[in-house]
Design a protein around this ligand. Structure first.
Ligand SMILES: Cc1ncc(C[n+]2csc(CCOP(=O)(O)OP(=O)(O)O)c2C)c(N)n1
Ligand SMILES: [Mg+2]
Length: 562
């Protein structure tokens, strides 16, 4: 059976024909036609998740791992607004979500009807496009129109680059009527591939600039592991004048780069700037976590900066962009490679030597470091299972992990699109649902408590592990300069508390472990990663001293520089 609303039944058919299979449904009445057409469809896997904010982040985690468009649907009103944080994250992280919001008919908006808001284009600033889908199909013209809207919406979630797309659907009552089938043959329209390339002459200018630059710095932002790109980058960086900086979330551990940017950049003194500052900067991938490298390059601007991206090629992170190149990084570097000349110089060696020195100092500091967030991260990263999918909560977890060389075939993810603390556990839960690998989220305590509805979910998998670094509040605010100079640090920035996750875990039947020192942590980790009874996920809460963490991290950076 399917909804009698032909528009929505058609949407479910085309969704399947285009190879999509997952929808996350949050309960409601107005979205009944979507529930009836999708949940009953034999080729669609429908999951029920109650809290729309968490549901949307869960879908984001699924789509992030599978690369397939995942649909989400909710009822009208504030339910739709609760999707907003995950949609913004999907937009900036380029993750394909199809957002299906149910609505009242236009004439009932602002007329005192229950659960209504102005929903047309409600995600205006962070959505690739918004559509309104008519519920009924009364003519051939209506059919063509609906087919066009549905195909375009689904195509746009993937092409030319992925992202969220919204379809708002006003439904008139009755909304629970069903039919066995609709008599239509849905048509699939495939998108035109986008193959943008600069002209030959323009490319020659890039080649010339590259070949005459003696200090070329590549920075890889957040992206998926791409073996083909790694290969080309390895060739490109096999040159004394080319250095590449990357982060864990760049997933480009090609052995040819400095992967701990802050650890190296923080040691560069004023009189060394010339040695480390490039004359050509080439960036690609999404957001970069390191604030230090942004500050360094904004202050010491290279003569040329190229940013390579199919969509956001004009992104001027370092405030010195000279060329936005609308290509995929792989295509760009593949074209560049045969045309460039390798050169002699010390640029790469200077960066590498500094990176090695920082690594040595890092090891010495940690060998004698008190129990703290920093020391806990060292222990965790040494003990996570091989080939983990590692999710990093915003705030200090994602920053601490940047201080350790990316390891042991981890794939790193973090919601750095908009860096919210509001959905990281749900995202990891969604990722674990589709990827079947050990999936660990390391989150702060506030991040966990904020998103604790991630546990109000029937689809938590046995491969999910949640590690909470409980430093009694937002530890980041004790580290960054500013809040510590005010009288509001504890109450309003750190938001200090004495809460823990024990009873939240109990309530949702998730096995719970806790530790307060390193020995306990080392003993607990093997137990924590064992299979749990009833194939449940598990939570490990690690309590750390909030008064010492920031102080230790500051001493660490001073020691690196000394
Ligand atoms: C939705 C949202 N609200 C507020 C913030 C601002 N913010 C950034 S970090 C942070 C504190 C996070 O604390 P916790 O999760 O305990 O991490 P810690 O700083 O201790 O590592 C806050 C409130 C944010 N990033 N996202
Ligand atoms: Mg905290």
């Amino acid at each position: 059976m399917t909804s009698d609303k032909a528009g929505i039944a058609l949407l479910a058919e085309i969704f399947v024909k285009k190879g999509m299979e997952h929808i996350v449904i949050s309960p409601g009445s107005r979205n009944a036609p979507v529930i009836l057409s999708f949940a009953q469809h034999p080729q669609i896997k429908a999951l029920s998740i109650i809290d729309e904010r968490s549901a949307a982040f869960f879908a984001l985690g699924m789509a992030q791992q599978s690369k397939q468009t995942v649909a989400i649907t909710c009822t009208s009103g504030s339910a739709a607004l609760n999707y907003a944080p995950a949609i913004a994250e999907a937009y900036y992280q380029k993750i394909p979500l199809l957002v299906l919001t149910a609505d009242r008919p236009q004439e009932l908006i602002d007329q005192g009807d229950g659960q209504t808001i102005r929903q047309q284009n409600v995600y205006a600033n962070y959505i690739k496009k918004s559509f309104e889908l008519p519920e009924n199909i009364d003519s051939e013209k209506d059919f063509e129109n609906a087919v066009q809207i549905i195909n375009e919406a689904i195509n746009l979630t993937q092409y030319p680059v992925a992202g969220p797309v919204h379809i708002n659907m006003p439904f008139t009552e009755p909304i629970y009527e069903q039919v066995a089938v609709h008599d239509f043959k849905p048509k699939v329209i495939n998108p035109e591939p986008l193959n943008k390339k600069p002209g030959k002459e323009e490319f020659q200018i890039f080649v010339k600039t590259w070949n005459k630059s003696s200090k070329k710095l590549l920075i890889a932002g957040m992206m998926d592991y791409q073996p083909d790109l790694q290969k080309v980058l390895k060739e490109i960086t096999n040159d004394e004048t080319v250095m590449m900086l990357s982060e864990t979330t760049s997933n480009t551990n090609g052995g040819c780069s400095c992967n701990c940017i802050d650890k190296t950049v923080s040691t560069i003194s004023e009189n060394e700037i010339d040695d480390f500052c490039p004359d050509l900067l080439v960036t690609f991938g999404g957001h970069v976590i390191s604030k230090m490298v942004k500050a360094f390059l904004r202050k010491n601007k290279p003569a040329a900066h190229w940013h390579i991206d199919l969509e956001n090629y004009k992104m001027n992170t370092y405030q010195c962009l000279t060329n936005g190149i609308q290509m995929s990084p792989l295509n760009f570097f593949e074209e560049l490679l045969p045309t460039i000349k390798k050169a002699k110089g010390t640029f790469k060696e200077d960066w590498q030597n500094r990176s090695i020195r920082s690594e040595e100092r890092h090891t010495i500091f940690l060998s004698d470091c008190e129990y703290s967030d920093l020391k806990v991260f060292e222990t965790l990263l040494e003990n996570l299972p091989e080939e983990s999918n590692l999710h990093l909560g915003n705030s200090t977890p994602v920053r601490y992990v940047q201080l350790f060389i990316p390891g042991r075939k981890f794939i790193y993810n973090s919601n750095r699109g908009v860096s919210g603390i509001d959905g990281t556990v749900s995202t990891a839960a969604g990722a674990a649902f589709v990827n079947h690998k050990p999936t660990t989220i390391i989150t702060g305590d506030l991040g966990f408590l904020y998103d604790s509805n991630a546990l109000m979910n029937h689809h938590l998998k046995e491969n999910l592990r949640i590690i909470i670094i409980n430093n009694a509040g937002g530890g980041i605010f004790r580290f960054i300069p500013g809040p510590d100079k005010t009288g509001e640090l504890e109450e309003f920035f750190e938001a200090k508390h004495t809460w823990n996750a024990k009873y939240i875990a109990k309530n949702f039947d998730v096995p719970y472990y806790s530790c307060r020192d390193l020995d306990e942590l080392k003993k607990t980790l093997p137990l924590f990663y064992k299979q749990m009874p009833n194939n449940r996920p598990a939570i490990l809460e690690v309590f750390t001293p909030n008064d010492k963490n920031a102080e230790i991290l500051r001493s660490y950076f001073i020691y690196l520089k000394d």
